[in-house]
Design a protein around this ligand. Structure first.
Ligand code: NOJ
Ligand code: CA
Length: 543
């Protein structure tokens, strides 16, 4: 599987071991369960998996609070189970990315237990310890999850910094020993055969060395992201992305590259200033393989806004750089709930026809919806800060079949989070039997992308048919041309298209035929047209 740019052709699927398949009837997904389900992912057309954290953890933040970087949480299996899983995935030509949570550990990590034990402990400086300001925290920085970003340790009388929960103390990336220890973690997982990493909070590891207060936000200030009232009362200048962060990523990339094995890295970089965001590729493309591209998710959901977002992202890519697209993940409200009804199909078409690696979120291929979690079953510490729909609701178990347990776990076992309300119909078994289902639409779409050089790596150009209601664009290589036309309106629409052959519709699995002059689309229907008649290959006919 040697190809340094394999990820340009990949279709990446984010999955939580915990939520996918339970093999031993404890209500929690595990590695043997995930391994068993690999053929499903292979048949779907997925070529790479990104696994959410599966390390030993008190699970205060669903595993983003790691207590041991080089082991598997026993609830998910053993290291041998993990190795078997990687081997089985590779045998199906599926690559595996794991999660590197390098900004913070759990407060139960032995490093932190040592660090907090005394002011002169050798690991004291592996975390960020400061004196308070007359009984108050050292500065005004806030935790993303609410409250101050500092907690007082009564035993040693100093404050430690935590960008997230107080149970997630920040590591000190300015300490060379800590950096080496983290590079060893990278080596450990590379030695286990992984194909790369998703780097958590990749823009937050380095903050202002002077730790200046953030300036208060003006009243009308609006972040280009979620509404987070308390957090947004400041402009986050000094607690994000100090330029030193780039050196940290270079060091990290060097280790990954030293394996000469085409591993890739994608960093969670929630920045919306495009030049700053793009700087995470590095001046020589020597930092992250890609910063995660959340711009589509932050865009308004209408054709002119989406078109502007796509063009702006592509315009800002450094020469030679490659991007990715995503519309759903474990931190967001499920696509099928967040977007207007029926638009989850348009989202799929968009993701799988743009120039950049698509990242899909497990269950979105079924149209899984956000689930309302009763308070006594909620787990996410952040949940209700983000919106009335917390993150748990997007993390419910994968739905495989009708009936109790939904094929995720044994029928009489209670799964770790409740199943979605419509799990009796929104599931793999049921949808597989319905040619018009969301699942079968995804299957057709993945197959088209995997079979089309133009859709994977062709140029991108907006088509003149684009307007307030229609998003239309062309993807082209020398030999192939594809046009994507998406009707966002709730009414049918006739769109001017010179010529092409319909090869895909989001609504009608049997739609085909030659188009000349214009095409009629149903309310929120999207299509792909090929310049070549289906079944023909080779050079396109001259215009
Ligand atoms: C970003 C992750 O996506 C999110 O789930 C997590 O809570 C924070 N980083 C903290 O690690
Ligand atoms: Ca289990």
């Amino acid at each position: 599987m040697s190809d340094p740019f394999w990820y340009k052709d990949a279709i990446i699927y984010e999955v939580h071991v915990r939520g996918f398949a339970d093999s031993n009837a404890d209500g929690i997904g595990d590695f043997p369960g995930l391994t068993e389900k690999l053929p499903y992912l292979h048949d779907l057309g997925v070529t790479c998996l990104w696994l959410l954290p599966f390390y030993p953890s008190p699970l205060r933040d669903d595993g983003y609070d790691i207590a041991d970087y080089t082991a598997i949480n026993p609830i998910y299996g053993t290291l041998d189970d993990f190795r078997r899983f990687v081997d089985a995935a590779h045998a199906l030509q599926i690559r595996v990315l794991t999660e590197l949570v390098i900004n913070h550990t759990s407060d139960q990590h032995p490093w932190f237990l040592e660090s907090r034990s005394s002011r002169d402990n050798p690991k004291r400086d592996w975390y960020v310890w400061r004196e308070g300001r007359e009984g108050d925290p050292p500065n005004n920085w806030l935790s993303v999850f609410g409250g101050a970003a500092w907690s007082l340790d009564y035993n040693t009388g100093q404050w430690y910094r935590h960008t997230y929960l107080r149970e997630q103390p920040d590591l000190n990336w300015r300490n060379p020993e800590l950096v080496e220890a983290m590079l060893d973690v990278v080596r450990f997982w590379m030695d286990q055969g992984v194909d790369g990493f998703r780097v958590d909070a990749a823009h937050q590891m380095m903050k202002d060395p002077e730790e200046r207060d953030n300036p208060p936000a003006p009243d009308d200030y609006q972040r280009p992201w979620k509404d987070m009232a308390e957090y947004d009362s400041f402009i986050h200048i000094y607690d994000y992305g100090h330029p030193d962060v780039h050196e940290a990523h270079r060091r990290f990339q060097e280790v990954v590259d030293s394996y000469g094995r085409d591993a890739m890295t994608i960093g969670e970089v929630h920045l919306f200033d495009l030049p700053e965001w793009a700087s995470y590729y590095g001046p020589e493309l020597d930092e992250l393989s890609m910063p995660f591209n959340f711009h589509l998710m932050a865009s308004d959901w209408d054709p002119p806004s989406l078109r502007a977002t796509i063009e702006a992202v592509l315009w800002h890519l450094p020469p030679g750089a490659w991007t990715n697209w995503t519309l759903g993940n474990h931190d967001e409200i499920r696509l099928a709930t967040r977007l207007p009804k029926g638009h989850e199909r348009l989202a799929a078409l968009l993701l799988l026809t743009l120039p950049g690696t698509p990242f899909l979120y497990y269950g979105d291929e079924l149209g899984m919806e956000q689930t309302l979690i009763p308070a006594d079953r909620a787990r996410d510490p952040w949940g209700f800060n983000v919106s009335s729909l917390g993150r748990d609701g997007a993390r419910t178990p994968m739905q495989w079949a009708p009936g109790p347990g939904s094929g995720f776990t044994t029928p009489w076992v209670t799964p770790w989070l409740p199943l979605g309300e419509r799990s009796d119909t929104v599931n793999v078994e049921h949808e597989s039997g319905d040619p018009g289902s969301v699942l079968n639409m995804y299957r057709r779409l993945l197959a088209i992308r995997l079979g089309s050089p133009a859709l994977r790596q062709g140029t991108f150009m907006a088509d003149p048919a684009s307007d307030e209601q229609t998003l239309a664009y062309r993807r082209e290589t020398d030999d192939e041309g594809m046009t994507v036309v998406i009707n966002f309106a709730d009414v049918s629409n006739r769109v001017a298209i010179e010529h092409g052959f319909v090869v895909f519709s989001t609504l009608d699995p049997n739609r085909e035929g030659e188009v000349t002059g214009s095409i009629s689309l149903e309310p929120h229907e999207g299509v792909i047209l090929s310049r070549l008649a289906p079944g023909t290959t080779g050079k396109q006919p001259p215009d």
